[in-house]
Design a protein around this ligand. Structure first.
Ligand code: NAP
Length: 298
């Protein structure tokens, strides 16, 4: 069994990005700039935004955060999006989710200019990904593709089963694994809570991507000998073996599945570290206008 080391691969990609930033600045070009909008005081959201700005600093990007109170009106939030849309110094914009209930997520995401939508959530980017046009691919699926590619895993002609059909992981993953390029060209099956006899489907997978949000759901009897297993799930559970009193686990029962898999991602240290790196890769593409070359962002 080979461990897919997301932490190591993420560090390599960060190094590549940092060198590219140096190359740009040596040529007198500006540093890529990522802006984040954060609404309210949710501690997890604050942690995510802080780690995104720390990652920006590590690779030499500029970053800025716009912190708005929990009771901000939808109109004010949309005005902030518009302000950033029109700031030519800023290349990429993310709005940290979840938003308070009085705000319509879709309206806010659709207000971001697709050219700056480095989270890849705007319907224009989702649609462009689906029809194979250059697009910002959302962070988690993009990170998984990089893990697969950089681990030398072939996907062409393989049976790929995806557990979960969320808009941020399962669905885009299915589109990417079935596209006509490598990584891709797989025969994809997507499973959800209404799938009958799940085990009979998952046990035929050469590549099994698990994003169902249930701790330790996938057991060894659901997995084919020699399968590649990508565990997207992340759960904090109590533990008397750690100082903090908790530990992180995934959607897959790691030890028993690892004994059967050819490659597997650990939790933590697998898919997780790749997510922020994907956002950095998208922001770099935005600053170089790689996805929408003909469009002036102003
Ligand atoms: P989600 O929106 O909750 O979607 C879960 C999917 O799993 C749904 O499609 C659901 O089916 C399906 N499902 C639930 N129970 C099932 C069952 N018993 N059998 C078959 N399918 C079942 O989850 P998500 O946002 O994709 O996230 C999944 C996990 O990944 C979570 O643990 C999340 O924390 C983690 N995550 C990690 C990262 C990272 O960077 N590492 C990023 C994103 C998410 P229905 O559609 O029928 O309800």
């Amino acid at each position: 069994m080979e461990l897919i080391d997301g932490k190591k691969i993420a560090a390599i990609i960060k190094g590549e990005i940092a060198r590219e930033v140096e190359r740009l600045t040596d040529k007198g070009l500006k540093r890529p700039h990522l802006a984040a909008i954060l609404v309210g005081d949710d501690p997890a959201s604050h942690t995510y935004v802080n780690s995104k700005s720390k990652a920006c600093q590590e690779v030499g990007f500029e970053s800025s955060s716009y912190k708005l109170p929990y009771d901000v009106s939808e109109k004010e939030l949309l005005e902030t999006v518009d302000f950033i849309n029109n700031d030519q110094e800023i290349d990429g914009l993310i709005v940290q989710l979840p938003l308070p209930e009085h705000i319509d997520n879709h309206k806010v995401i659709e207000a971001i200019r697709p050219e700056k939508d480095v989270d890849g959530f705007h319907p224009v980017n989702v649609g462009r990904t689906a029809i194979g046009l250059p697009s910002y691919v959302s962070a988690t699926p993009y990170g998984i593709l990089e893990l697969i590619m950089r681990s030398g895993i072939e996907t062409t002609g393989k049976n790929c089963v995806i557990l979960g059909r969320s808009n941020i992981v399962g669905k885009p993953m299915a589109v990417l694994m079935s596209r006509n390029e490598e990584p891709g060209n797989a025969t994809v099956t997507i499973c959800h809570s209404k799938t009958k006899d799940l085990k009979s489907v998952t046990s035929k997978a050469d590549i099994l991507i698990v994003a169902i949000g249930k701790p330790g759901f996938v057991t060894a009897d659901m997995v084919k000998e020699g399968a590649v297993v990508i565990d997207v799930g992340i759960h904090r559970i109590e533990s008397d073996k750690t100082k903090s009193g908790f530990r992180l686990i995934g959607d897959v029962k790691f030890d028993e599945v690892a004994a059967k898999a050819s490659h597997i991602t650990p939790v933590p240290g697998g898919v997780g570290p790749m997510t922020i790196v994907s956002l950095l890769m998208n922001t770099l593409k935005a600053s170089k206008k790689e996805i929408y070359p003909g469009i002036d962002r102003l």
